[in-house]
Design a protein around this ligand. Structure first.
Ligand code: KG4
Ligand code: ZN
Length: 347
């Protein structure tokens, strides 16, 4: 039995550890690395060093908050990818050592599968089939989830990820990193009628593209005679465009499958505006499951939860587990969206 799971997440700029016992979250510690703020984005080498310094203390703190001795941990679940290679490596090497030293089970977890499982921590009845929209700083994935661990890709982004677009537009608007929360705050005071931005690929299929939208905002920023006055309206116009595209494709996927539930996950799912808009658009069609913000932003609880699922199926990683910046999503088949003919691919 692998019932007490230590989760570890170091794929980007959060150093996080969590303890999950029998599927219940006992503790979650998230240390956000402030150092990147002065650079306006994550500096990979600094991220690795900060993980190295902080991870042992973050794990100790998670164990202490859970009131559990290290000897009572049965298994270690760690993000093995995708993410920053050096940052991932810190977590993977630590997890392997912790597991090996105590003769514990080890499971490598895909970061986006972690995001997918996040709502299941608080909503223990959540189960497939559902459509999942996973939106983070590195990925925009629309998935058909007929069962946990089985994924069909409806579509992903052709260029920037949704969160990346928020971060880049925040920079254009003179806001700090990460950009999503700052844009949402300004957008709350923005007039939706002042700026109307293009909705890329709105009427086509399930794929996304956000780089043209970013350029449209750039032109509007350049044309503005008073950025302080226009900032909330630009933020609102941009946010409305992104959310409209996301929710339109989510609805299309829900209608294509006939499923009665949709899951939102990833850092962008911290957006209250996204959750509200999705719930509104899917009213009468499907219920929308979304975790609370601390479980949507990068955290080790979601990694422990996804790992616990795989451990219960008897899956284990061996001591050759390695960090992979481009780790493919396990269990992914690509769906031909016109005919629903599965063909295999790696992400
Ligand atoms: O999943 P996550 O924490 O890290 C990655 O795996 O990338 O996602 C981070 C992304 C950032 O791009 C951030 O700007 C975005 O999530 N984000 C938001 C909001 N909160 C965070 N985007 C829009 N609205 C928000 N409220
Ligand atoms: Zn993430």
């Amino acid at each position: 039995m692998a019932d007490a799971v230590l989760g570890i997440e170091t794929s980007c700029d959060e150093t996080s550890a969590a303890v999950l016992v029998g599927g219940e979250l006992e503790s979650l510690v998230i240390l956000s690395q402030d150092i990147h703020k002065v650079f306006g984005g994550v500096v990979p080498e600094l991220a690795s060093r900060a993980h190295l310094t902080a991870l042992p203390a973050v794990v100790d703190r998670a164990l202490a908050e859970a009131g559990i001795a290290p000897s009572a941990i049965d298994a270690v679940a760690v993000t093995a990818g995708p993410g920053l290679a050096g940052a991932l490596l810190v977590g993977v090497v630590y997890a392997k050592s912790f597991a090996y030293a105590g003769d514990r089970a080890l499971i490598g977890v895909h970061h986006m599968e972690g995001h997918l499982f996040a709502p299941a921590i608080e909503d223990r009845d959540l189960s497939p089939p559902f459509v999942a929209l996973l939106v983070s700083g590195g990925h925009t994935l629309l998935l058909d989830v007929p069962a946990w661990g089985r994924y069909r890709l409806f579509g992903e982004t052709r260029d920037d990820a949704a969160g990346e677009a928020f971060d880049k537009v925040a920079t254009l608007l003179g806001l700090g990193y990460p950009g999503g929360p700052a844009i949402e705050k300004f957008a709350n005071n923005g007039d939706p009628e002042r700026f109307t931005f293009p909705r890329p690929m709105l009427n086509e299929g399930f794929e996304f593209s956000f780089s043209g939208l970013k350029t449209a905002v750039l032109h509007a920023v350049r044309a503005s005679s008073d950025l302080d006055r226009d900032r909330p309206h630009l933020a609102r116009g941009f946010q409305d465009a992104v959310l409209d595209v996301l929710v339109t494709k989510l609805e299309r996927a829900v209608r294509a499958t006939g499923y009665r539930a949709a899951v939102l996950g990833g850092g962008v799912a911290c957006s209250k505006a996204l959750a509200a808009r999705a719930a509104d658009r899917l009213k009468g069609l499907a219920r929308v499951a979304v975790a609370s913000p601390r479980l949507n932003a990068d955290n080790a609880a979601m990694i422990a939860r996804a790992g616990w699922h795989r451990l219960r199926l008897g899956e284990r990683s061996d001591w050759t587990l390695d960090a992979r910046a481009d780790l493919p999503l396990p269990g992914l088949e690509m769906t031909d969206t016109t005919h629903h003919v599965p063909r295999t691919t790696s992400l």
